[in-house]
Design a protein around this ligand. Structure first.
Ligand code: SUG
Length: 451
């Protein structure tokens, strides 16, 4: 098994921003989403900003994939919620009149933040040697709770064959509230070797400590325990840790807003976890002969507020071919926050763990609380898995050019939440997604294509 996994790499699959990207202020506890609700967005700029970041990673020599957006506005959900009309425009109009917030919910492009799409365990960690996927049930926010069925369809269409195991999302009840890879990190020496899976939760029935007081905890320990079992992980290689409720109440709605890991490095804020010493000793024990490295950022250098507004920890730590240490991809908001910028300058100068910091403008996604790490789902893939992938979702110059042209011809420059009832937005969105499934060689994955 070990030699078969040689040459395995971590592939970042980024969510392509959908044509209905808008600011509806839907996510309570996500400070940026609440602050920008009601403003005018730019779907085109959002999609191009995301693609620019992907292009930059490809240029660094990284393997980069994409996951397509979901069908939005989602008429099947509006119908399920009882909105009626003689045709689809009438159903949209009825929702816009009676419950604009629900129309916004079924129109959100939130599926772009694919760190919440699923939890993924690579083949090297699972007893059966397969790569396991569990789509997140996303029950804590109504607009995200409609994502799992299409996410599951997309993952099955892309990761096809005997080397993959696809599980159902967990039961849809608060006890199993699950937000996927945004709260999950994997540590290892080499990607294709057995690693340690690190599950961070906000709340647990077993916990004796009090949870957050102001904002909801969106991930339970019980959800992650179920996932670790289904993914056939060895308990010795699974570490569970509780988020610091103070961080959640400061706007850290997912753990990837306050910590990020890669290989044997954990970069985190001192207030990320309830018990930092235990986190470190549990990870050290699980890693065994491979030593962990920690970069703990003190509040004295970067406050929780600075962490939340700059999204410093929502960075990507990348092992770039032929480069020592990790390259850190951060949002450009980190360059304007004085405390964060001076911390990053020092970090880069020290050349310890992080050897280079690169800044990207993801302003459209950031205004809804989604930074570089939210936009990507990490999947460790063996050379064989990469070779046999049939969908055209791994970026190269041709695919990048096709996607740029596709975005430019299909996306609006501006969108206001009031525009969501416009029937032509529905038609434009479907036309765009129909073209996209051909570009990506995905077959018919959307309900409107099979209805
Ligand atoms: O679930 N925002 C997303 C942001 C997700 C970020 N993901 C990670 N941290 N991994 C959320 O809160 C806002 C949509 C709106 O308000 O229009 C939104 O869904």
């Amino acid at each position: 098994m070990e030699s078969q996994n040689k040459g395995s790499v971590e592939v970042n699959f980024d969510g392509l921003v959908g044509p209905t990207h808008n600011f509806a202020g839907l996510s309570f506890g996500n400070v940026a989403s609440s602050q920008h609700g009601g403003r005018t967005s730019s779907p085109r700029q959002a999609a191009l900003q995301g693609l620019e970041k992907m292009k930059a990673l490809v240029a660094m020599g990284m393997k980069q994939g994409i996951l397509p957006p979901h069908e939005r506005p989602h008429l099947p959900t509006l119908k399920k919620l009882g909105f009626q009309g003689k045709d689809e425009p009438a159903i949209l109009a009825s929702a816009a009149g009676l419950a604009p917030n629900l129309l916004a919910s079924v129109s959100s492009a939130s599926n772009m933040w694919v760190a919440n799409a699923a939890t993924v365990s690579p083949f090297a960690d699972a007893a059966d040697g397969r790569t396991h996927f569990t789509p997140a049930n996303l029950i804590s926010m109504p607009h995200r709770s409609i994502e799992p069925p299409i996410t599951s369809k997309i993952l099955k269409a892309i990761f096809k064959g005997d080397s993959y195991a696809h599980h159902s999302a967990l039961p849809r009840t608060p006890a199993f509230s699950d937000e996927g890879a945004a709260n999950h990190t994997r540590f290892c020496s080499q990607y294709g070797e057995r690693g340690v899976e690190f599950f961070v939760y906000g709340v647990s029935a077993k916990s004796t400590s009090t949870g957050p007081k102001k904002y909801p905890a969106r991930q339970t320990r019980e959800a992650f325990e179920a996932i670790a079992r289904s993914h056939q992980l060895d308990t010795k290689n699974s570490v569970f840790a509780q988020q610091n409720p103070e961080a959640i109440d400061a706007g850290v709605f997912h753990n990837d807003v306050i910590s990020v890991g890669n290989r044997d490095l954990l970069f985190f804020h001192e207030k990320a976890f309830l018990d930092t010493d235990k986190v470190k000793s549990d990870l050290d024990r699980a890693m065994g002969v491979h030593e962990m490295s920690y970069i703990e950022v003190p509040s004295a250098s970067v406050s929780l507020d600075d962490a939340v507004t700059s999204y410093l920890f929502n960075s990507q730590l990348l092992s770039v071919p032929n480069t020592e240490g990790s390259v850190m991809v951060v949002p450009s908001e980190c360059a304007v926050n004085v405390a964060v910028k001076s911390y990053l300058d020092e970090l880069e100068k020290s050349q310890v763990g992080v050897n280079k910091v690169v800044y990207y403008d993801l302003g459209q996604s950031m205004s809804n609380g989604g930074g570089p790490a939210c936009l990507r789902l990490r999947v460790v893939m063996s050379p064989e898995q990469i070779k046999t992938m049939q969908a055209r979702v791994l970026l190269n110059d041709d695919l990048i050019a096709d996607l740029e042209a596709w975005i430019n011809s299909n996306y609006r420059d501006e969108l206001h939440p009031d525009d969501l009832a416009d029937p032509s937005l529905l038609a434009e969105s479907r036309k765009a997604l129909d073209e996209l499934t051909s570009i990506l060689k995905l077959g018919s994955i959307y309900e409107f294509q099979t209805a």
